[in-house]
Design a binder for this molecule. Structure first.
Ligand SMILES: [Zn+2]
Length: 269
């Protein structure tokens, strides 16, 4: 899934990097914003493009912030995190081992949307203060901050959908795991729910592409749904019941499906 990765910087011992496809995201988001008629309509082209680029960079930074929330919480509960990578469909924090306890897994998972929520609150305060700045700089900053605020709310809400491998699906798995004490079973059920929701997302995308004006948004829903579907199916396969005991061990690391986040919903806007 991930192609060429460039290391960008290190936070709390975790390498933060970007796959080449995140460059495409940066350009697509910047272009979409700059060409949006409601995005700084009074500003010059140069100001609009600089603000759009700031918005796109802010989006990638927001995804890194979300993943860092997962990574730092994972470290706090004793799970090593090797790296965080930005890619076409958002970001991924790669944990070095399978979760060892349902509540610890839940804490690691909820830390992502919580961090995004805190960031949204910060952006709200910043946008309010920027609105009071005089002149065009204030208007540009306010518009970018407002965009990032809405994006972060969307990132938090979308990731809380109970569609494994999204955060909501991981929380569902932690709950099922806690109830029945069977990690593999809980993962299979969460992956099945994730498969259903991914198919619904694809259907929604096809429907909106056919009947609505949001053609690009529809196409994006289909691509995102396909990505989630693949991850959910891979997970279901990797955790399929074996003739041996259906214990709490995870699959062999080579079989482990990618952990992914859906922090990317915004890109179709
Ligand atoms: Zn997340």
């Amino acid at each position: 899934m991930l192609g060429r990765r460039a290391h960008l910087f290190r936070v709390s011992g975790v390498s933060v990097g970007a796959d080449v496809t995140s460059l495409l995201v940066l350009l697509l988001v910047a272009a979409t914003l700059a060409m949006r008629p409601t995005f700084l309509p009074q500003a010059t082209d140069a100001v609009r493009w600089v603000a759009a680029l700031a918005g796109a960079l802010g989006l990638l930074a927001s995804i890194v912030f979300h993943e860092l929330g997962h990574a730092i919480a994972a470290q706090a509960v004793g799970v090593r995190v090797s790296r965080i990578t930005l890619f076409l469909f958002g970001g991924v924090a790669e944990l070095d081992s399978d979760p060892i306890h349902p509540w610890r897994d839940a804490a690691t998972t909820i830390a992502g949307p919580l961090s995004t929520g805190v960031l949204a609150l910060l952006l709200l305060l910043l946008a309010r203060s920027a609105a009071a700045w005089p002149g065009g700089a204030g208007a540009a900053a306010f518009t970018v901050l407002q965009y990032l605020l809405s994006i972060n709310l969307l990132i938090a809400l979308f990731n809380l959908l109970p569609a494994f491998p999204l955060d909501g699906g991981r929380l569902l798995r932690a709950l099922l795991w806690r109830v029945r004490g069977d990690y593999r079973w809980a993962t299979r059920i969460a992956a099945r729910v994730g498969t259903g929701l991914a198919l619904a997302l694809i259907a929604l995308g096809v429907g909106s592409a056919l009947f609505d004006r949001l053609r690009f948004g529809g196409l994006w829903s289909v691509l995102l749904g396909m990505f989630l579907l693949r991850a959910a199916l891979q997970t279901a396969r990797a955790y399929a019941p074996t003739p041996a005991a259906d214990g709490v061990d995870g699959p062999h690391p080579a079989q482990r499906p990618p952990a992914g986040d859906g922090s990317q919903v915004d890109r179709r806007r």
